[in-house]
Design a protein around this ligand. Structure first.
Ligand SMILES: Cc1cc2nc3c(=O)[nH]c(=O)nc-3n(C[C@H](O)[C@H](O)[C@H](O)COP(=O)(O)OP(=O)(O)OC[C@H]3O[C@@H](n4cnc5c(N)ncnc54)[C@H](O)[C@@H]3O)c2cc1C
Length: 426
């Protein structure tokens, strides 16, 4: 066994997100490889459904799967829960808070985090949505705001408690705003005695000229109408200039709001900064070549949200799950080709379209020239997300909960647990 291990090539995969997990799954049948997956979390997270946890539609366990359980049957795959701090490409070492790991091949796929564009002190008052703990924090905050409003007799204070501002008009912002609108109008209206759902104010703030800029203009306009029907006001061309415990300032206007959520802008993982051979773009992404390598290091791959690769037309690929998944699979294929002495082929992204949901029976989808809206787009959205979820248990659980919510407008995960706010506005 020891002799066998000595000739095995060491593959280190940092990050078990969409890129890392898919690479590891495609490599685990290679007996000539010893694979080490390093992640600071113990689970793979299906981020596209995070907003459903934040909005009490699903429970954390429905959209995450322990990394160890995925590879429980693969003796050549080791999972290490550790935080990677830097990479030394000369000595081929990954440095973590739990020691160093040597590699023959390295895949860096640490993803991205949200950014406040130099105003990081806003974070306690306007949390972003990237991890399960952030989702449960947001759930806590939203539900607690409704509870406080139910007890509040001062109309002005109650208005502040029932004002929700979502900053950022991309798919995540739209999904969050739509879900708050729907929850207040349909689910909570039945549960509370004092709250009039019409008092709930949801404002979606976007600095650019329109929401959903990556979508066709007509689809974005339809999404805006769908949001309106759920009571969401959309403010475009509106830049947030301050966030405090009392609310937000947009231009010169102050909005008293107990809950502000941040869905504007992401910055790539800081791990990329430690690569001395690499160049970063303005969003901190590592610029990679068509083989997803950094200059002069064919053994180092960077994939997913933390890398910047170009499509055939020279445009940067978007930070979406499909890009990360395809890149992870590509890296595995490239390593396999190396092992067999075959030439490497450049990465090509196959764009399968994009979609966003606004609420029950409301979504938009774009597949090439095909544009879908309303119920049919929503069904597509549902099926694609169930299909892509990791693990049969999660698929079944999500399917049952969605079916239940569809008929009842219920949100089964409406639990307020653990007050873990660093700074709580209510
Ligand atoms: C709320 C939300 C909604 C989204 N909705 C959609 C959608 O509908 N459709 C879509 O296509 N895309 C969506 N995305 C984007 C999509 O989730 C990302 O593009 C995708 O997750 C990127 O995959 P990745 O493998 O690069 O990184 P991630 O999936 O982010 O995985 C990175 C992994 O690295 C780990 N990690 C990070 N830093 C370290 C470190 N220093 N040490 C060790 N481990 C580390 C993390 O714990 C994580 O497991 C959404 C993203 C968010 C946040």
């Amino acid at each position: 066994m020891g002799g066998q291990a000595a000739v095995m090539k060491q593959v280190v995969i940092v990050g078990a997100g969409f890129a890392g997990l898919n690479a590891a799954k495609r490599l685990r049948d290679e007996r000539a490889l010893a694979i080490t997956i390093i992640d600071r979390e113990n689970h793979h997270l299906f981020q596209p459904l995070l907003y459903q946890v934040a909005m009490a539609g699903l429970s954390p366990a429905d959209i995450a799967v322990p990394i160890r359980s995925v590879f429980a049957g693969d003796a050549n795959v080791r999972v290490v829960k550790a935080e990677v701090q830097s990479v030394d490409t000369d000595s081929r070492k990954v440095r973590t808070d739990s020691g160093d790991f040597t590699y023959d091949y390295l895949l860096l796929a640490c993803g991205a985090q949200h950014t406040y564009f130099g105003n990081e002190h806003w974070e306690p008052y306007a949390p972003g949505l990237k991890t399960l703990s952030q989702a449960t924090e947001i759930r806590y905050r939203v539900l607690e705001a409704f509870e406080a409003a139910e007890k509040e007799s001062d109309p002005e204070k109650r208005r502040r408690l029932l004002t929700f501002v979502v900053v950022g008009g991309g798919p995540t912002g739209v999904e969050l705003a739509g879900a708050i609108g729907e929850m207040s109008r349909y689910t909570l209206a039945r549960d509370f005695r004092q709250i009039d759902p019409r008092q709930t104010r949801v404002i979606l703030v976007e600095a650019g000229p329109r929401i959903l800029p990556s979508f066709d203009e007509r689809l974005a306009a339809r999404a805006m109408r769908d949001l309106e029907s759920l009571g969401v006001q959309t403010w475009t061309g509106a830049r947030v200039t301050d966030v405090t415990p009392e609310g937000v300032t947009i231009g010169n206007e102050r909005i008293a709001a107990a809950t502000v959520l941040w869905a504007a802008g992401v910055r790539a993982s800081d791990v990329g900064r430690s690569l001395k051979d690499a160049t970063l773009d303005e969003a901190g992404r590592v610029i990679v070549d068509e083989y997803l390598n950094i200059p002069g290091r064919p053994e180092v791959f960077v994939a997913g949200d933390m890398s910047r690769a170009l499509d055939e037309n020279g445009r940067p690929l978007p930070g979406v799950a499909l890009v990360a998944m395809q890149q992870g699979i590509y890296v595995a294929q490239t390593i396999k080709a190396d092992l067999r002495g075959k030439p490497r082929r450049p990465f090509r992204y196959h764009d399968l379209g994009q979609m966003a949901t606004i609420g029950r029976s409301r979504a938009i989808s774009e597949f090439g020239r095909l544009r879908l809206t309303g119920l049919i787009a929503w069904w597509f959205w549902l099926l694609v997300h169930i299909y892509r979820l990791s693990g049969f248990r999660n698929r079944l659980s999500v399917l049952i909960q969605w079916a239940w919510s569809y008929w009842t407008f219920g949100r089964g995960a409406r639990l307020i647990v653990g007050k873990h706010w660093r700074s709580y506005n209510v």
